[in-house]
Design a protein around this ligand. Sequence first.
Ligand code: GDG
Length: 749
Amino acid sequence: MSKIIIVSNRLPVKVRNEGGQSIFTPSEGGLATGLASVHSDGNLWIGWPGTEVEGEQQQKLVTDQLSKHNLVPVFLSKQEITQYYEGFSNEVLWPVFHYMTPYAKYDSVYWQYYQRVNAKFRDAILQIAQPGDRIWIHDYQLLLLPKLVRSAIPGVTIGFFQHIPFPSYELFRQIPWRSELLHGMLGADLVGFHTYDDARHFLSSVTRILQLQTSSNIIHYNERTVVSESFPMGIDSNKFMSLVNDRDVINERQHLEESYKGQKIVLSIDRLDYSKGILQRLQAFDSFIQNNPEYKEKVTLYMIVVPSRDSVPQYKELRDEVDKLAGNINARYRTNNWTPVNYFYRSFPIETLSALYQLADVCLVTPMRDGMNLVCKEYVASREKDNGVLILSEMAGASKELTDAIIVNPNNITQMSEALLEALHMPEEEQQRRMTQMRELVSKYNVSHWAKIFMERLDEVKRMQESLQTKYISPRIQQLIKNKYSRGHKRLFLLDYDGTLVGFNTNINRAVPDKELYHLLDDLTKDEKNHVVIISGRKHETLEEWFGTLKLDLIGEHGVWQKTYRGEWEEVKGLQTEWKKEVMTMLNTYTERTPGSFIEEKSYSLVWHYRKTDKELGEMRATELMNNLRYMIADKGLSLLAGNKVVEIKPTEANKGKTAVHYLRKHHYDFVMAIGDDVTDEDMFKALKDEAITIKVNSNTSAAKYYLRDFKEVRELLKNLPAKMLITKVFDKFINLIPTSMFGIKKNK
Ligand code: GDG
């Protein structure tokens, strides 16, 4: 039976070494509980046990403990942990992904270890993966793993989820190994993030750094389509709701209430990290007391900082600064009855956290950057009475969902200080209104829901890939086409030019036909049964210059101009040009504002090209331009075409679809092949009947029946058709020499 294999840097366990023995306890962390439903029924979880385990202890740990819980360890040496985890993951990826690039240390030894350890995880997967298994890889420590696994098992289903932010392209591009990292992630079928912005940044890096084509959130990656989407992670809300009635928690809460009688409690809980905005939060609290002295002795900041990575110099420095600032605030404001900042540098049991969540009047969650942030959701889930106020940084992924919080910019100390005042003054009704909404959301979109929708989407993506895959011209389909070709007596070829017969060039004048193409067209047209038509958006003069002497029909400007072999150029009658002046004025303003763009004037159409502009600027301007033009051309019998890096305005009368139909009416063809790469070719694909072989180049989302990856594959296909015919002819002759009785059939004369 197929299974799910979860892979994360850490296994959901705590293993500690006591007197040479490995002591094991399952972890109750968010990811572990969230994936509990997935990690059951024979499904497996691969990861590092979280501590160095000596050689002879490893097997014992596996057989005595891990295998009983369906856990598969990847044992890492001290050196590997230092270089791959503390080094590359936490000193390169963590700072860059949290917009702290000056902290990044681009050490090539870190990179070597990162690759090596990712390969170690791959080997662990390969040991246990079976055909049909689904693999769900987690987080930034394993960015290379999807590709490594895919190279070993090409058809495998892989989901990848990143728990921390994905930065803007401008930051991501700074990493020396940016392309390798992206290729690594694209080994997955579905790449998930907490927020839409993260997914958007990832797509932008993929298109800019790897020059890949995307349509909306679908990335065309070789012959596979990869989907990138947001899946905001939830918490185990039931657990936090039921902790409210736990005996130990009730005792703890009563004890805390006693200790802080008459005080308003502002709660802050984080791991020690520069991304969490701990210093800025202290500054805001300082400013709040300074500006609102009436709150002295009435408000306490209860601040838990959980120790983390304090062997790294930046974390050590941060800890010193936090100690200093908290000490400084207390030294200035403390009274005999009051300590303004109750600061703890340690972790607490979950029961204490729950009691604090219930006790706190305000929860102050102000990270500088955070993928999601679960603390704020845990606070909300613990507010059984639907009161309390959440102050939340707009830089936390959770701010996109918990919009009823007071949203602040963590760099704006004054705003945070004012938010504290607003929170402490907020009427109970207003608190209830906001908290009820947030509690509903946190309860509905809990962590099991998150895991469920991710897996469902992964299955959907796989199904989509499979249905698209059938469109690719495999050797088997190619053989069927060849067979049909060899049976044909009157064959029509409708061939687009740019992007179909030649590659896409940023300079339109450089996309000239080459020798190979001339040979190919020559061979194709030599056969009397073939009628070849080049059907392009290019100017008819250009087509004449390039193909005028070949035995071809030529169609220019998407059907405005037509010429049969040895005939004269003719244009569609009655087309207007008066509209050009007004449209040209608009195009000029866009060209002025968009460096690299230019206008091409054809006899009956105008084209705005943006293939040489900055990609995203070009696309933004093209959308803007089309919105304006749509209105302007509404009553002029014109069509607006959004092509490959072009916007074209042309008479509706002439299009490739109409031209195709015109050809079909003229003759009775028994073999029709239409190939194109552009939006304009879709008219042609739609106009042709089912029997026609319609082929889209460079994309598999099209009305065409089949697709090919690029112009080189188009040339290969066309080249092989006449070759096959030659073989067929020889074969036919040979067959004719053999008495039919040998086949037991009657030969068709
Ligand atoms: C990464 C991303 C994303 C904290 N102190 C104690 C304690 N905690 C628990 C909290 C919470 C968890 O730790 C912290 O989760 P966060 O989401 O806030 O932050 P990261 O650890 O940085 O997590 C983050 C997350 O992945 C999930 O995708 O949201 O953006 O950075 O659950 O309760 N737990 C206990 N004692 C403590 O003292 N027991």
